[in-house]
Design a protein around this ligand. Structure first.
Ligand code: IPM
Ligand code: MG
Length: 366
């Protein structure tokens, strides 16, 4: 029976709608299993720019640091697109990641069996199933390297720097090896070592630390080839570890092949004992905000990851995941995961709130 402090950052676009779903799911989990969740609602992103002039007010970072775990809906929207790089809503996300030391980003990409029709790959590939855990480095590389504008030989130019220290590669590598050891003992490291020096250091480091995990088979792919292989033989992958930039791109590809970006949760983790941050990997989707049509499942599954990884409540996490599986098996679909090939009579189109209610119904029954 626990009391937990959750920092809740609804953010922009569909963020508040999916955060609302998470709050309800945690409350129901709490009443079923005897826990209390206390929420500290904090501002970040465009809504924070409008209210305070800054994408990530100091009070928000401080509130997160005091919490047991953070849930973030989404940030960004067209009304803030004209702002300079450092004042954009996305800066809040990067500030939270670096401010909380969240160097490891776990993005599980699972093709749920009832959704196999929503997978755009050939049915022969889809029916083998997909269950890949992406481990993306989150506080280094090009996202945080030296950048700017300057006068170059050909006139004005801009640059972003990809730099990785041994320490950064080693800690994300160890996180990935540990996770691989809890799964199928298979780890694929993705880099561009045929071209980039930072990737050669990445690969060398992965090979060196692999000696400490003799049970885990390590292989390497160049990122261009990895993007092909993910489509050709997704069932061959188990845990994939890669850089911040490559992980951003490959995880969107993985979202597509598993049916919808509306299904993918994520966990961002730092040093043991520090609060993790949980967020759906879809963005703020301003085009569908406020219409009650966003898929809440990526957020609900992120809450399940929070229960398991930050709050040490594996039974509770499994109960949430099982409720989601049942809702899908019972034919409930938000618009993004509707399958036109399936008979309409077998499926029920549900909005954000209805989908959440369906999960809650199964979760509270146990
Ligand atoms: C993600 C997003 C972010 C990223 C953006 C919104 C800054 O695409 O979490 O994948 O690039 O990391
Ligand atoms: Mg992305």
């Amino acid at each position: 029976m626990g009391d937990f402090k959750i920092a809740l950052i609804p953010g922009d676009g569909i963020g508040p709608e999916v955060s609302n779903a998470v709050r309800q799911i945690l409350d129901v989990t709490g009443s079923r299993f005897g826990h209390n969740f206390h929420y500290d609602e904090l501002l970040a992103g465009g809504i924070a720019i409008d209210a305070t002039g800054q994408p990530l007010p100091e009070a928000t970072l401080a509130g997160c640091q005091k919490s047991d775990a953070v849930f973030l809906g989404a940030v960004g929207g067209p009304q803030w697109d004209h702002l300079p790089g450092d004042s954009r809503p996305e800066k809040a996300l990067l500030g939270l990641r670096s401010g909380l030391g969240l160097y490891g980003n776990l993005r599980p990409a699972i093709l749920y069996q009832p959704l196999s029709g929503a997978c755009p790959l050939h049915p022969a590939i889809a029916e083998k199933g997909i269950d890949i855990l992406f481990v993306r480095e989150l506080t280094g590389g090009m996202y945080f390297g030296d950048n700017g504008r300057r006068e170059g030989k050909l006139g004005p130019e801009a640059y972003d720097t990809e730099a990785y220290s041994v320490l950064e590669v080693e800690r994300i590598g160890r996180m990935a090896f540990e996770l691989a050891a809890q799964r199928k003992n298979k780890l694929t490291s993705v880099d561009k070592a045929n071209v980039l020096e930072s990737s050669r250091l990445w690969r060398e480091t992965m090979i060196r630390i692999s000696k400490d995990y003799p049970g885990v088979a390590l292989d390497h792919l160049y990122v261009d080839n990895a993007s092909m292989q993910l489509i050709a033989r997704p069932d061959d992958f188990d845990v994939v570890v890669t850089t911040n930039m490559f992980g951003d791109i490959l995880s969107d590809e993985a979202a597509m092949i598993t049916g919808s970006i509306g299904m993918l949760p994520s966990a961002s983790l730092g040093a043991p004992g520090s609060p993790g941050m949980y967020e759906p990997i879809h963005g703020s989707a301003p085009d569908i905000a406020g219409q009650d049509i966003a898929n809440p499942l990526a957020s609900i599954l992120s809450a399940a990851m929070m229960l398991r990884l930050s709050l040490n409540l594996p039974k509770e996490a499994a109960a949430v995941e099982s409720a989601v599986t049942h809702v899908l098996a019972d034919g409930y679909r938000t618009r993004d995961i509707m399958d036109k090939r399936q008979a309409e009579s077998d499926l029920t189109c549900a909005g954000t709130q209805e989908m959440t209610r369906q999960v809650i119904e199964r979760l509270s029954q146990g």
